[in-house]
Design a protein around this ligand. Structure first.
Ligand code: GDP
Length: 476
């Protein structure tokens, strides 16, 4: 089943009963809410001079990364995740690495926990994801965001290999990410480094001095012992792996964390994977779109651009993305918004992969973008009938200059995702005897989304006429 009869009628700009009659002539019995297959839709559309194109939305929204010239590839900082058993010192190590970073200390700023940070060594930079453990690691992987180049496996020298150590090994191996072992707590009298080597040998993690390939670095996170050796081992590993990127192209990145900030709106930490992210860049990230309004580094300082493997907090999102979502910088803002809109549409459907949409081309539709002003609305009604009545009445107000486009119509309460969709699409929400709870209203006001409530259809129509007139009035 391909398209609803009602929807097809709308797209063809023909009244539904006429379509139903035509279908009957073709031997197809269908009501306005029933769907017909692509073949029937194609035959029918041909009668109105329209072509039907079947496209998978999902495929359409995948963005191809720009290709590279070999000469543009440069070494980039490796991205490291610290894993290990609870209490073996992961957090302590992350804090210690950060505190001992001379460059960061000299550069000033106040440490901001944005989910990742970068340290500078004489031989290069290293990026650490500062959510330790494999929960974050696997969550990112599950979304196809393999950002970690190297895993530092922390094992307490006074304890040994424990269940979560084993889990961490499985995760790293499965992801084919090389491991560097940090044997921690060597300041403790009961520390036994050889026992750790023995334990790990059972998992085919063999130390270099035992004829293996895995670096083992004895450290004390507490006393900040050998942290430089650990960092050097990481950089040496990165050199072997040849982790490179092209800072000259449009950026791609991964969401490390994201939230709705009271004062600043949606905020996300992006780990740039490739290219350079700049202020003013239009982007799409998961279901959201936006334009980089401001960027801050891990010390809270405002930056204008961020190169490969750099974590930055960004402002300018249409909504809050999920961690692990991929960010793509697009050539234009319009392109970014279109992709985000499509993904929102896709997300509203259950079987994302199977969603198809009808793209119709005829002279009615080929009005050049920009020439026709569009008034996008989302309609929420108490019952199906009122949504349909409002949809057709409002769309009928379309003229040659302004088109009213209902991007979604549904029944029930207004949800947060309705508001986010409206925000992303720059649409107004029009309700007919439908409510929004306080939280949703709050999100709407933060997003600058207008919600108009009606209980009489004619009032909605009159208001829309005024809104259209407003769109037509010359800018002051
Ligand atoms: P996590 O659960 O792996 O993040 O472990 P934490 O970083 O929270 O450390 C657990 C405990 O071990 C804390 O009380 C730390 O102070 C302590 N600890 C961490 N590293 C060292 C170390 O190098 N030496 C000693 N003696 N204690 C450490």
């Amino acid at each position: 089943e391909f398209v609803q009869v009602g929807e097809l009628a709308k797209k063809l700009n023909v009244r539904a009963p006429e379509i139903i009659a035509k279908l009957m002539q073709m031997g197809v019995m269908a009501t306005i809410t029933q769907s017909i297959d692509a073949e029937t839709a194609t035959l029918l559309s041909a009668e109105y001079g329209c072509t039907v194109e079947v496209i998978s939305l999902y495929e359409e929204t995948l963005i191809q990364e720009e290709s590279d010239e070999a000469a543009d590839l440069v070494q980039r900082p490796p991205v490291v995740t610290i894993m290990g058993h609870v209490d073996h010192g992961k957090t302590k190590l992350l804090d210690a690495l950060r505190e001992t970073d001379v460059v960061a200390t000299e550069a000033g700023g106040i440490t901001q926990h944005i989910g990742a940070y970068q340290v500078t060594r004489p031989k290069g930079k290293i990026t650490f994801l500062d959510t330790p453990g494999h929960a974050a690691f696997s969550a990112m992987r599950a979304r196809g965001a393999q950002v970690t180049d190297i895993v530092v496996l922390v094992v307490a020298a006074d304890d040994g290999v424990m269940p979560q150590t084993e889990e961490a090994i499985s995760h790293a191996k499965d992801a084919k990410v090389p491991i560097i072992v940090a044997v921690n707590k060597i300041d403790k009298p009961s520390a036994n480094i050889d026992r750790i080597k023995q334990d790990l040998a059972k998992f085919e993690i063999l130390s270099e001095d035992w004829g293996g390939t895995t670096p083992f670095v004895p450290i004390s996170a507490l006393q900040k012992l050998n942290l430089d050796k650990l960092e050097d081992a990481i950089l040496a590993q990165a050199e072997v792996m040849e982790v490179t990127a092209n800072p000259k192209k449009r950026a791609t990145g991964t969401v490390v964390e994201a939230k709705l900030d009271q004062g600043r709106g949606p905020v996300a930490t992006i780990l740039v994977r490739n290219g350079t992210l700049k202020i003013g860049d239009a982007f799409v990230v998961g279901l959201e779109g936006g334009k980089i309004r401001a960027m801050y580094n891990d010390r809270g300082q405002s930056v204008k651009e961020a190169g490969p493997a750099t974590p930055v907090e960004i402002l300018g999102l249409s909504g809050v993305p999920n961690s692990g979502d991929i960010l793509n910088v697009m050539a234009t803002e319009r392109e970014a918004r279109e992709i985000a809109d499509k993904r929102q549409e896709l997300a509203r459907h259950q079987q994302a992969q199977q969603v198809k949409k009808v793209k119709l081309e005829n002279f009615n539709e080929t009005i050049e973008e920009g020439k026709v002003k569009e008034y996008k609305v989302i309609i929420k009604g108490d019952v199906r009938g009122s949504v349909e009545a409002l949809t057709s009445s409002l769309e009928k107000l379309s003229s040659d200059e302004v088109r009213v486009r209902v991007i979604m119509g549904s029944t029930g309460e207004i949800s947060e995702s309705d508001v986010m969709l409206a925000s992303a699409a720059k649409a107004t929400i029009i309700t007919f005897n439908a409510r929004a709870n306080a939280k949703v209203r709050d999100v709407a006001s933060k997003e600058g989304v207008e919600i108009k409530n009606y209980s009489i259809i004619y009032q909605a129509i009159d208001d829309m006429k005024l809104a259209i007139a407003g769109l037509l009035s010359p800018d002051i």
